[in-house]
Design a protein around this ligand. Structure first.
Ligand SMILES: Cc1ncc(COP(=O)(O)O)c(C=O)c1O
Length: 401
């Protein structure tokens, strides 16, 4: 087999759907008209596929903070945090996170992906065991490979499966790190953290919760699912990303373990990559302040979630039970899912498409995401498009599994 055959196979797969319609994975946004409106293929399009949960990408304070930082610090740091890439703004943002979470330490990373890589591979090695939820994000799986530790996957969202796996491990000798997500990004389901914390405590395991999608959206202060479920003080490491509610790029870990700081010298995905650009860091700092001072954004988000879910249900779409800003539409068959996605986009509605290799061939999903910035008119229009296209393609109104 030739080295390039793997890539040729991907091209052939893509070509199957190339009939002049939008291509999965190759959508180009020509212009951004607002937090929830873009132009795709020359057409104004409603954005229901971003992670802009609180709509802060265009918030005046967030944009102004980025603009000011470019003028003051220039465009980039040109180096890693450990070398020349730590500016006062990086440390300020870490203090802001530490204060927001009430945790002793906060460390920021260039992306959320690198936060997971840094934490998991920085903490664990050949003598340790990492237990991960079987539906973990790729960054968690990739981190376990870099860690070279023993890796055990337990059944998705099953504290019982986790308990059984922990029970089978020898009691002495090896450290255990359990990694779960607060809110899972495909099905939009929430981890049962109270039970997971109990299992971890009973078996001397450290717990890391990745709150990528739940930071800003869950909990009275927007700190995520651990806060929402009352176990924030019992989680060893909370990881968050800036690329969703915080409308920037980067990642963070907060913890009461002050040893976290040593990752500054140790974590390869932190030491050997450039730090976040000053404009990005300052925009995230401004976004954190907005999230902290405007809880009504979360209220608006949840009102929108309710309306979208009710509307999709009434149209006959199969959307599962869990209420979250991520609304999965279970469509099953790959060709049917892609046709539906293409037609929605042609009609001016962008949602996310999850097809192989992101899932099994017959378990495809369209994923609609809500934002606090969706207006009532956006929701009405989106549901109208969902209704029309679903009826045309014979998808809505029939039970999908
Ligand atoms: C659970 C989870 N962790 C980590 C990441 C990576 O975050 P980032 O995009 O900031 O690299 C994502 C991104 O989608 C995610 O869903």
């Amino acid at each position: 087999m030739d080295l390039l055959d793997k890539l040729r196979a991907v091209e052939q797969r893509q070509a199957k759907f190339a009939d002049g319609s939008a291509m999965p994975g190759l959508t180009v946004i020509d212009r951004v008209l607002g937090p929830c409106e873009v132009v795709v293929r020359g057409r104004p399009t409603l954005m229901f596929g971003s992670n802009n949960y609180l709509g802060l990408t265009q918030h005046p304070a967030v944009v102004e903070a980025a603009r000011r930082a470019v003028v003051e610090y220039g465009t980039g740091t040109t180096g890693s945090r450990t070398a020349n890439g730590t500016l006062a703004v990086h440390e300020q943002l870490e203090r802001e996170f530490s204060d927001w979470f009430g945790k002793r330490e906060a460390l920021i990373f260039s992306t959320g992906y690198q936060a997971n890589l840094s934490l998991i591979a920085g903490l664990c090695g050949a003598r340790d065991v990492i237990l991960i939820d079987s539906e973990s994000h790729a960054s968690i799986y990739d981190a376990t490979r870099q860690a070279a530790a023993q890796v055990i996957a337990f059944r998705h969202n099953s504290p019982e499966s986790l308990r059984k796996k922990l029970e089978r491990l020898p009691r002495q000798g090896r450290n255990r790190l359990v990694v779960v997500e607060g809110l899972y990004s495909i099905r939009g389901d929430v981890a049962p953290l109270v039970a997971i914390v109990d299992v971890c405590r009973a078996h001397d395991a450290y717990l890391l919760v990745d709150e990528a999608h739940s930071l800003g959206t869950y909990g009275p202060r927007g700190l995520g699912c651990a806060e929402d479920q009352g176990v924030l003080d019992q989680v060893d490491f909370i990881v968050g990303t800036f690329s969703k509610s915080l409308a920037g790029i980067g990642g963070v870990c907060v913890s009461d373990h002050t040893e976290l700081r040593a990752l500054h010298f140790l974590a390869r995905a932190y030491v050997f990559t450039a730090s976040g650009s000053p404009s990005n860091i300052e925009s995230v700092s401004a976004a954190v302040k907005v999230v902290r001072s405007h809880p009504e954004l979360r209220e608006q988000l949840w009102a929108n979630v309710k309306r979208l879910r009710l509307g999709l249900r009434e149209l006959g779409y199969s959307i599962g039970e869990t209420e979250s800003p991520i609304v999965p539409i279970f469509t099953g068959d790959e060709a049917r899912t892609i046709a539906l996605w293409q037609q929605l986009l042609t009609e001016g509605l962008y949602v996310n498409l999850i097809v192989p290799p992101g899932c099994q061939v017959d378990e495809c999903v369209l994923r609609a995401s809500c934002s606090a910035a969706h207006t009532s008119e956006h929701l009405t229009r989106a549901l109208e498009i969902f209704g029309r296209v679903g009826a045309e393609l014979g998808v809505a109104g029939v039970a999908l599994s």
